[in-house]
Write a protein that binds this ligand. Sequence first.
Ligand code: SF4
Length: 458
Amino acid sequence: MKSFKDNCGVFGMYSRTPCVHEIFQGIDLLQHRGQEYCGISTFKDRIYQVTHYGKVLSTFSDQDLDYLQGNCGIGHVSLKERQPTRWQWSLGEIAVAFSGNIINADDLIKEMMARGKAFTQRYDVEIIAKIIMEAGDVVAGISALADKIKGAYSLVVLTGSGIYATRDVYGFRPLILGQGPDKYVVSSESRALHNLDLEVVRDLRPGEIVLINDQGFSTLKQLPSPRRAHCAFEWAYTASIDSIIEGVYVQEVRNNLGARLAQRDAADGGLEADLVAPVPMSGVGHAIGYHQHSKINYQEVFLYNRYADRSYTQSTQIAREEMAKRKLSILARSIKGQRIVLCDDSIVRGTQIMYKVRDLKKAGARAVHVRVSCPPLMYPCDFGIATRSYDELMARRYLKHGDINSMAQLQALETWVAEQIGADSVKYNSLDAFVAALGIPQTDLCLKCFNGIRPMER
Ligand code: SF4
């Protein structure tokens, strides 16, 4: 179980025929990005909108889909709030949905309230919609966001003229364009395009403002981007393993990350083990990479309950604990007497990996070696995948201040973590190994949860 929150996914389609069923499928294919709320807005002379508390497949009814009229629309899945939101302004109706997080939301609300603006909720999406409407024009409004907002946003705005799509000037969260016969699409992840038989066109550039309508895609403006800062965690955990972000396959990165851990074990003299296993599902790509490089047999040791929710996207700690318990059961026959390399993407609090090590040992495992693809998480995320506080990060319980700056420090932390979770050994990828496995220049990545550096302050 991961204790992250606040993630979400957006989808938009312009078609020559009614397309609500495809938007519905699109947000279902992004469901892994947030499972608390979902919603769709469509346009036909006016905005039609339905939002729900719950997951896409279990909340949207045939009646809802019949009600949502039109050949274009946007959809959203979220852990945090209902979106899209619908607004009436001088240019008619618009609907707005975004993925990300505004760091300076309180300051912006204070400043806007001082100018007489009222807020119904203190939601980030309301700030975004009001900044856009205040500018009197969608492109001017989206441009104003870049000046006012500190944070991350991948945004879709539905209007009578089509769908406006943009990424913040750093490109923290992914957003990708796709197309099919007579339809043009924007999505948080490419998996929604592949599964709808649509072609990937390209990722939106950071700061690019695109209009999607019956003419296809047109770039209306390119805002200056000081640097790229793609969330490295997307490849390691957040995105679905069948997605491609910035031209880089998520699956390939996870395999590389696992292979790097195997390389480190080999360089340290080799690890005596009988099988490599993932923590399902987040550890699968990493374990396969470890297995491919080490040639140690790959074997599942947990059965994943596909009907349980993704635990990090549950909103309360109790809900997450309950969900984590229901999510995995032990495959006892694979375990007895075995020395297991257990691979996962990251350790947040450490409680869930501790339970898994305990369960494996209870089932007769002779040894459990935990291998973690991400470097130790030392800082909360400010950009939309928010760990709640420093106190909740296991590595911060070991090192209260400062960073892990050397292999010796990393090894000392690993020894401490192994003791805490009852594992025979623990190894993380170092930050250098992690970045090398991604194959993306470090200067194009956000790595703040590992090194504490906010990209805009570098
Ligand atoms: S702080 Fe971490 S999780 Fe947040 S955007 Fe940066 S890399 Fe991603």
